[in-house]
Design a protein around this ligand. Structure first.
Ligand SMILES: [Zn+2]
Length: 313
């Protein structure tokens, strides 16, 4: 089996209140079917129309306080409880301790270690790639590199960070999905529809054992408490997922849509939330899907689920 993980930063399951929850206002087909019209966070549900099961997972990791990205994402990608390791939820950029966990246990490192192929689908600008390389070399095991957990894990494992060259030939996806935000910066670069970006994601995934895409505009819209922006980024994500599902061979692939903490589902607060997060599992292999849905309770269960799927013939 192959796994495509679409990671959505700051997407929780909140009350269906259209005054604060943009998921109730956005026109969503795939996401609505995955998350249910009125998510209640009461465990695993089947999904009509898609071979999917969605679990409401606990992002709290047994540590008080609001869940944050550095610890949550490290946990998702490694199965090691990063918040418990640090004794608190850590924002944004992993420091040396979490970097060591990522180096040893990340899905990128594990897949490559098993002789498999792994892809980090996001496109990075050449300037940012250079800055990251320099920073990693300069800080060694010591200082802090301004990169998120997924980027660090890819860099450390030796998974290539994709650039404009790959974007141009449909082998990468920009963080805004369509590439509009990159237009004018690359020679001859054109934006694509979210559906086309999704089909490209599925094509890269068909060529790798494990493929990851990181979408963080949801978290930004949540912090800005901006309803129209939140609706826009959710609809863009929904069309991206529709494109991916249009092209994925669900008999041989598992699509996982997951998040590190809530945020965009409650625009009444500027911060992250304590709401459960969705883990949507989409595959025609119903036995595998059911087993994984039963096993996933919190963020530590995602990496083992990916490995189990990869080892399913
Ligand atoms: Zn955030």
């Amino acid at each position: 089996m192959r796994v495509l993980m679409i990671f959505v930063d700051g997407l929780g399951l909140g009350p269906p209140d259209p005054e604060r929850n943009p998921l109730c206002r956005a026109r969503l087909s795939v996401l609505e079917s995955l998350l249910d019209a009125a998510p209640t966070g009461d465990g695993s549900r089947g999904s009509p129309g898609l071979p999917a099961s969605t679990v409401a997972a606990d992002p709290g990791l047994g540590v008080p306080g609001l869940p944050q990205s550095a610890t949550g994402q490290t946990t998702i990608l490694t199965g090691v409880n990063g918040a418990r390791l640090m004794g608190r939820h850590l924002q944004a950029y992993p420091g040396p301790a979490l970097r060591r966990v990522l180096a040893e246990h990340s899905l990128f490192a594990r897949v490559l270690g098993q002789g498999g192929r792994a892809a980090f689908l996001n496109m990075f600008t050449p300037e940012y790639r250079e800055a990251l390389d320099g920073a990693l070399v300069a800080t060694g095991a010591g200082g802090r590199v301004r990169a998120g957990a997924f980027t660090l894990a890819a860099l450390i494992a030796g998974v290539r960070l994709r650039g404009p060259e790959e974007l141009q030939v449909g082998q990468a996806v920009y963080h805004d999905v369509t590439g509009e935000a990159f237009c004018g910066r690359g020679p001859g670069h054109r934006a694509v529809t979210p559906e086309e970006a999704g089909r490209r994601a599925a094509e890269v995934a068909s060529d790798h054992d494990f493929t990851l895409f990181e979408y963080f505009l949801t978290d930004l819209a949540g912090h800005r408490q901006d309803m129209s922006q939140a609706v826009d980024v959710l609809e863009r994500l929904d069309r991206f997922l529709a494109g991916a599902l249009d092209r994925l061979d669900l008999g041989r692939s598992l699509l996982i849509v997951c998040s590190d903490h809530g945020n965009v589902e409650d625009l009444a607060v500027r911060t992250h939330t304590l709401n459960p997060v969705p883990v949507a599992l989409v595959t025609a292999r119903s036995e595998l899907r059911g087993r994984l849905a039963r096993e996933i309770r919190d963020l530590t269960h995602l990496a083992p689920a990916v490995l189990a799927a990869l080892n399913t013939r």
